[in-house]
Design a protein around this ligand. Structure first.
Ligand SMILES: [Zn+2]
Length: 287
């Protein structure tokens, strides 16, 4: 069932667990995540970055694929199709294409411009029942080619953006996209607590979920994080499983070169990673 992310995050917030956002890259990725959500009776958010959207032939292709797959696979758990780190123009394009949720990432604008643009996205999304995520304080690491420095958001700026009526808020608390460096300082829980204090019941979003120690993820959820984004970890497990298949020479045995066989270990690896994350976030049987 394709729905906005609003209700699932409100429930997660009240139940003190988090819903995973798993980014998709192709048909196998999408199918693996949807099936895992259904098997574990968990709500799920499919994340699509602008780059991945382009790769998959545009937002319309993605929305059509996801909707058809939900029907064909008989997926009854709540599924949100969410634009990840959308530009201002991208947010409108995704909404027109049928996405049920969008992130407008105005963190690289000044706070005034971020507020103005976020307001306009909220206005249009509100008319269509689409949920909106906003970002304050850039998340470190690489966001589609843009490298940030592991910033920490200003809790007062978070309050200004949260007050506009967004459904979820991403705020930098020392988290980073991609693989964490050796000298990483960890999440800043003092800032997270202050942000939640200033934003009341607003569901908070933790980006860069790959490589954050499990105890830190759990603590972040206990302090108000209701959505955790996972992207790199699925990519790493897919790549490792595919590498193993090839290195064992299985593509050269019988019909092992058939893409449906060649991609199967990677597909299973994504399923295992997604299930592991759903267990950690506490979203199993919360559909
Ligand atoms: Zn992110």
């Amino acid at each position: 069932m394709l729905v906005s992310a609003k209700d699932m995050l409100t429930k997660a917030k009240a139940g003190k667990y988090a819903v995973g956002q798993f980014n998709i890259n192709n048909l196998e990725w999408t199918k693996a995540i949807l099936l895992t959500a259904q098997e574990n009776n968990s709500p799920v958010i499919l994340g699509v970055s602008e780059g991945a959207g382009k790769y998959m032939c545009g937002f319309e292709t993605v929305a059509a694929m996801v909707k058809a797959m939900i029907n064909t696979l008989g997926i009854t758990v709540p599924v949100a199709l969410h634009l990840d780190h959308g530009s201002y123009e991208g947010a409108f394009k995704a909404m027109d294409a049928g996405f049920s949720s969008v992130m407008f990432d105005g963190s690289h604008y000044g706070i005034e411009e971020n507020i103005e643009k976020t307001k306009e996205v909220i206005r249009v999304a509100g008319e269509r029942g689409i949920s909106v995520e906003a970002e304050v304080g850039a998340i470190g690491g690489e966001e589609d080619g843009v490298v940030g420095g592991g910033e920490v958001a200003d809790p007062d700026e978070c309050k200004s953006i949260a007050g506009l009526g967004v459904d979820m808020l991403a705020a930098g608390i020392g988290n980073i996209h991609g693989v964490y460096p050796e000298n990483w300082q960890g999440l800043n829980f003092d800032v997270l607590a202050k942000i939640q204090e200033k934003t009341g019941t607003m569901p908070l979003v933790l980006h860069g979920g790959t490589g954050i120690p499990e105890e830190m993820v759990k603590k972040a959820i206990s302090l108000g994080v209701s959505k955790v984004n996972v992207n790199t970890e699925c990519q790493l497990s897919f790549a490792a499983a595919t590498r193993k298949y090839i290195e064992e020479g299985k593509d050269q045995q019988g019909k092992g070169f058939d893409p449906r066989k060649l991609l199967a270990p990677g597909f299973e690896a994504i399923k295992a990673t997604v299930k592991e994350k759903m267990e950690l976030f506490g979203s199993i049987n919360k559909a």
